[in-house]
Design a protein around this ligand. Sequence first.
Ligand SMILES: NC(=O)c1ccc[n+]([C@@H]2O[C@H](COP(=O)([O-])OP(=O)(O)OC[C@H]3O[C@@H](n4cnc5c(N)ncnc54)[C@H](OP(=O)(O)O)[C@@H]3O)[C@@H](O)[C@H]2O)c1
Length: 186
Amino acid sequence: MGQIIYETATSLDGYLADQHNSLAWLFAVPGGDDPRLAPPRAAIQVMGSTTYEWVLNELGALEKMDAWGNAMSDVVTVVFTSRQLPVPGDAEVRFMSGNVSAAIPQLRELAGDGIIWVVGGGGLASQFIAAQALDEIALSVAPVALIDGAPLLDQRIESDRLTLVEAQQIGQFARLRYQVMYPGHD
Ligand SMILES: NC(=O)c1ccc[n+]([C@@H]2O[C@H](COP(=O)([O-])OP(=O)(O)OC[C@H]3O[C@@H](n4cnc5c(N)ncnc54)[C@H](OP(=O)(O)O)[C@@H]3O)[C@@H](O)[C@H]2O)c1
């Protein structure tokens, strides 16, 4: 069974995006294209609708034929939304909504033995923790304070739930990996 990993870049003060949903602050950090910051290859990536719409817009994927395929290769994308959203060309995009616990078997079936990469946002990642399904949080912490924006997580988590398993400097980024612990789980 593949791991479920929340993989994201974050500001020093725990935001994924600023209050305008911009990542310009992240792209301005020198060395952000270091391959060591690239996550392990996922079988599927799961995201909320704000993130999906940001990616569509950033790639210009609804206008440019190959933009989605070139960026995503053969990774299947699952978007959690309560709305009907457009899909570029022949992109492999599935939509789900509601209880994350109920969606886990379907996500595992889509991923096979591969990694399920939860891209964000923080509310969706928190739903995976509430469902006791998230195995790991992998962060690339940028040397930026945003003060406001989209939070890394939207629920309080105490230290008995997170174990730091790796800390590494990669240029200006701190790469941190936390194992997520659940009461009663080995
Ligand atoms: N720094 C990074 O590496 C990084 C990574 C990822 C994202 N980001 C950015 O961070 C921001 C995250 O935005 P966000 O906090 O709004 O989070 P998001 O998870 O991208 O989107 C939240 C939306 O997803 C839908 N949703 C979430 N859970 C759902 C569920 N269980 N069932 C149905 N719909 C559900 C809801 O919208 P609807 O139902 O109305 O569709 C909800 O408002 C974006 O700007 C994104 O671009 C940054």
